[in-house]
Ligand binder design. Structure first.
Ligand code: SAH
Length: 350
């Protein structure tokens, strides 16, 4: 497989200088070459050898669903007959792309549809970056992806190596050329990997909290048994987050579960001393979820309580619910064989 590491090793073994790797990667990720033959600044011999040894990875969606609100969901079928999704979310002047890091997920959060699949497999760096390239090919004239969030299927920090490699490809100026400031990695709170990520990259960090006591959070997010709130928040406090940046704390609003004013008060206490912002996510339903979303009035009261105590808090607008593209709804178990629904209009919004 043509990973940057494999390419560098392969070139080094044959006595080529390392900058050749950068040239090849730049052809693929920056100039979008689809064959080694097109790489005109490499010798014929090297082009032939590369073509004999590697293939250029491409990812094409098998289907694109379009929401009434402009959200577009790309469905990909990958090796091993697993499927993943990426979601383009226009929010002018921003255009955010939400990408997957794993097929399925092993974290078991009880309110998330992806968790029901279990972990099918990790994605490679190529499969992660491939989602970005494929989404760029779907853009309308004049559109440009401004932000990339690892908030699709999977737990990015449970696939650490591939995610960091993908970030390298996305941010390198010889690569896709997206600024790290515009990339956010969201995690359930894998504490040691959070520290590594902040050390190894300069992307933004988002932590899914969704609970304010260990007992309550562990019921929603089993990872809390391994990394309880005290350890998680101590790490957030200690991370060397650059000035003018904040850690985002995502909080899924579940009616009668974690949405009381006591929760809001506890949340304020938990976040003391952390440069943070809270993003309240109205729960997005899926079949047999067993939860309902807090009412708009409850969400507003919760937010106001946070704001009153000086905690920066916003409510995430649910986008693409009509095509099951909203947070926590990505659950493509298997992709269709043909591109039958490519331009089909989605179900009407209820
Ligand atoms: N595994 C990472 C990345 C997934 S991000 C993480 O958990 O952070 C997806 C975000 O959507 C997380 O904040 C998650 O808590 C939230 N989410 C999951 N299921 C949801 C649902 N049904 N409705 C709303 N948000 C949900």
């Amino acid at each position: 497989m043509l990973t940057p590491a494999a390419l560098r090793a392969w070139l080094a073994e044959r006595g080529y200088p390392v900058y050749r790797a950068r040239q090849v990667l730049s052809w693929i990720y920056c100039r979008r070459a689809t064959s080694f033959a097109a790489m005109s600044d490499l010798s014929q011999d090297l082009r032939a050898a590369l073509a004999a040894h590697f293939s250029i990875p491409t990812l094409a969606p098998v289907c694109v669903a379009r929401s009434a609100d402009g959200t577009r969901k790309l469905l990909f079928r990958l090796e091993g007959d697993v499927a993943i999704e990426a979601v383009l979310i226009p929010d002018p002047p921003r255009l955010t792309l939400c990408i997957s890091s794993q097929a399925g997920c092993g974290m078991g959060c009880t309110f998330c549809a992806t968790a029901r699949l279990g972990l099918l497999r990790n994605l490679s760096a190529m499969e992660i970056v491939g989602q970005v390239l494929a989404a760029q090919a779907e853009l309308h004239p004049g559109e440009r992806i401004t932000n990339i969030v690892f908030m699709g299927m999977g737990e990015p920090l449970a696939n650490y190596g591939a995610v960091v490699q993908a970030i390298e490809l996305l941010t390198a100026e010889w690569g896709v050329g997206v600024s790290a400031r515009r990339i956010t990695v969201s995690t359930v709170g894998l504490v040691p990997a959070m520290e590594r990520l902040v050390h190894d990259t300069s992307v933004n960090l988002a932590v899914s909290l969704s609970g304010t006591t260990d007992e309550q959070r562990a019921r929603l997010m089993p990872i809390n048994r391994r990394y309880p709130l005290a350890a998680l928040l101590a790490m957030c406090r200690a991370l060397p987050i650059p000035q003018r940046r904040r850690i985002t704390f995502e909080y899924v609003m579940l009616a009668g579960i974690n949405d009381s004013l006591d929760d809001a008060a506890r949340l304020v206490r938990l976040l003391r001393g952390i440069r943070s912002k809270v993003n309240l996510i109205p729960f997005n339903p899926f079949p047999d979820a067993g939860f309902t979303c807090s009412s708009p009035a409850t969400i507003r009261r919760f937010q106001e309580r946070l704001l009153a105590d000086g905690v920066h808090a916003t409510v995430r607008e649910s986008r693409g619910r009509d095509i099951a593209a909203a947070c926590g709804q990505l659950a493509a178990a298997r992709a269709p064989q043909r591109d039958s629904s490519a331009d089909s209009s989605p179900e009407p919004v209820h």
